[in-house]
Design a protein around this ligand. Sequence first.
Ligand code: FAD
Length: 488
Amino acid sequence: MVDKKSNKKSAKIKTLKTKMPEQAPEKRIKNFKEVALGYSEEDAVRESLRCLQCKNPRCIEGCPVDIDIKSFIDLISKRQFDKALEKIREKNSLPAICGRVCPQEDQCEKVCIVGIKNDPVAIGRLERFVADRGLCGEEKKSDKPGHLCAGDSGDLKHESKLSGAKIAVIGSGPAGLTCASELAKMGYKVTIFEALHKPGGVLVYGIPEFRLPKKILFDEVKFVENMGVEIELNTVVGKIFTIDDLLNNGYKSIFISTGAGLPYFMDIPGENLNYVYSANEYLTRSNLMKAYLFPEFDTPIANVNKIAVVGGGNVAMDSARTAKRLGAEHVYLIYRRSEVEMPARNEEIEHAKEEGIEFLLLTNPVEIIGKNGWVDKIRCIRMQLGEPDESGRRRPNPILGSEYDIDVEAVVMAIGQGPNPLLTSSVSDLKLTKRGNIEADPETGKTSKRGVFAGGDIVTGAATVILAMGAGKKSAMAIDDYIKTGKW
Ligand code: FAD
């Protein structure tokens, strides 16, 4: 409910969010630099004044990690930017990441009272502003007075209150990083075991530099490490050692957050041709293996003129926009439903359109046709929408006889990912769902195996950064309770 004072203020409120400057589309398709450039101090203060400071702020309920949004925005309006960052970090160790990639339009901003008649307050942009201001890379706090540097958070290290209580976290994506940082705050000795050679999960191998610069990610990971969390890279749990090995070697509890890294394919003819990629492989080649830094890194990747990306989510948008930047003249985004049903964030859809991605909607591939073993064409069929299916979206049905071919040299399948069975198949008493996800209590992350918790995409299936973080946080509290009480 809004109080009277807020109502008075709402009469004067600016209708639109304060705009965030961006690189122009014609310029940005030629580089991998960040598209959105962030607020200036003046922009941030102006936007903060649009907040009604509601007595019962709904935005906080809309945030899976309970950030005190009202208070941090109030601090921005008073130009107390460091305090605003401290306020956010009470609940969220990865604000520069969340400010960039969280679907705020479906969370905090969706329930913002200002949003009933106007644009909601730009909570994500404000979070990003405060977080970016606090990041100063290699510089030390002492070199940048007034800043709370992630790389200089010695004061954030917490002494172990429960000496000897070692906890293992498997996977360093947003769920694992959040669970680890929350446990470190409580004084636990946490080690994250990560299969890849860099930490961050999807944030490092999936989301491209132009949406989430690696420097920002690694600065926030450093912040978590400076809390006392250790990260062991190149460690595939389930191969090098097992969950039981960890439990037998002094780890009192384990949080599994191995994500949904196994790509799905369509099961149509031609998917084994050269230059048919899963989005995971394509984006990993570009991001983690640095094809985007050509010629400094000469990573093999399809540098072609015509490429098709199949799918309508964030992963598809990221793949299509990457292809454009790698030099493709025609990037076809093939999606079987209409734009209304697209699961990608609106902002990503708009950016993709501005960058010249060619949307082929109500279209579905039925075959990939090859020449000498390489992709030559993609055969598609036109679709029409019928009654809603179990997902609530209208079911796409093929229009018989409407097949047609499109000339392409490469295809990227971005139709979803599932759980990788590598770890789960190495644990005998861990209950899984039919799809291979770990069965876990949604409130605590407790699994069927004593002492073992799980959260993020490995439990829910492919979801969002903030939901994974929320799950990591809930499990951290449940692990603390388990260690203290011994109750399962
Ligand atoms: P992940 O981020 O997948 O991390 C899991 C980690 O576990 C990985 O580092 C993996 O290497 C490691 N691992 C796996 N198996 C093992 C093992 N056996 N031993 C050790 N380590 C292991 N969400 C948004 O909110 N906004 C977006 O804009 C957005 N864009 C996306 C773009 C792409 C291309 C993709 C793929 C996803 C996107 N998502 C987005 C979804 C979001 O990134 C995920 O929901 C989120 O990262 C899930 O977090 P997680 O910690 O559960 O798993």
